[in-house]
Write a protein that binds this ligand. Structure first.
Ligand SMILES: [Zn+2]
Length: 285
């Protein structure tokens, strides 16, 4: 599933490619994937592209917003007009071998056509993802915690929110979207490593210094993820055609039985809250 850095990477790509374009047609191939009246968007200009947690928003003329959630298998593929080189295709989301092939394909659910002849394809193999039309400023759940890359996310707020889950392992607690929004399994593992905290540690056993380190660890791991174009393996390509290689840079995620990049100790894997959790028993005590 894409995490915050992947959705941020898609946002940055679509900001460059689609702001100012006018939607000339919307084809909904899977009604389950699209909530709202597609024809309301016709001939409307794209004004802004933004992200909140893992939700992508596109504001269009007429005070309307399109919300996208890619869920498990969603992809967004932007194909520039045929006059431009094919290499300027922009791909984001769950990687599959066919995402660089001809579009649309059998997993295409919604097709946007823009006035310059370019297209945006929403593909989703398992159909858990969705696109929704809402009024400008609506549609984001009020229960979402602070955005980790904004000023409102302080270590004190993190501490206050985490203390609602006193007996929970800290790694599980930081994945609660009401504590901090957008942190999923990969970056929760990386943040605990950066903070030198054993992911099993119960929230109530953390001291203030550890809350501070966890706060900066969350920011650092997400920022690194964005810098490396997200974590999706193999076929992920960002707006500039670079692959997302963050997993090559990860310290613990997916590295069980491999040596710790800092101390050489073998990375261990355990299950916490039903999710694979990776840590260095030497660095994280
Ligand atoms: Zn180590």
């Amino acid at each position: 599933m894409p995490e915050l850095p992947e959705v941020e990477t898609i946002k940055l790509g679509l900001q460059k490619k689609t702001i100012g374009l006018t939607i000339s047609n919307i084809e909904v191939l899977s009604p389950k994937s699209f909530i709202g009246k597609a024809k309301d968007l016709k001939n409307k200009k794209i004004q802004q592209v933004w992200r909140r947690a893992k939700i992508l928003g596109i504001d269009v003329e007429g005070r309307m917003t399109l919300l996208f959630h890619l869920k498990m298998t969603g992809q967004l593929i932007y194909n520039p007009s045929t006059r431009l080189r094919a290499s300027s295709r922009f791909i984001g989301g769950h990687p599959t071998p066919d995402m660089r092939d001809k579009m649309p394909n059998s997993h295409t659910r919604v097709i946007f056509t823009f006035s310059d002849g370019s297209h945006l394809y929403f593909n989703d193999q398992r159909k858990f993802g969705w696109i929704k039309i809402v009024k400008f400023g609506e549609g984001i759940p009020g229960t979402l915690g602070p955005e980790p890359l904004t000023k409102e996310f302080s270590w004190q707020i993190l501490k206050t929110n985490l203390l609602r889950h006193k007996s929970m392992p800290v790694k599980v607690a930081i994945m609660d979207q009401s504590v901090v929004s957008g942190v999923g399994n990969i970056y929760a593992n990386e943040a605990c490593f950066d903070a030198k905290i054993d992911p099993k540690t119960k929230v109530k056993d953390l001291d203030d210094l550890q809350f501070k380190k966890l706060h900066s660890g969350i920011i650092k791991s997400l920022t690194d993820g964005i810098a490396h174009g997200g974590s999706s393996r193999a076929h992920f390509v960002d707006a500039e055609g670079r692959k997302g290689y963050f997993l090559d840079y990860a310290f613990v995620y997916g590295r069980d039985r491999k040596p710790c990049k800092k101390c050489g100790t073998t990375i261990e894997k355990i299950i916490l809250g039903g999710r694979g959790s990776y840590f260095c028993p030497t660095c994280q005590q």
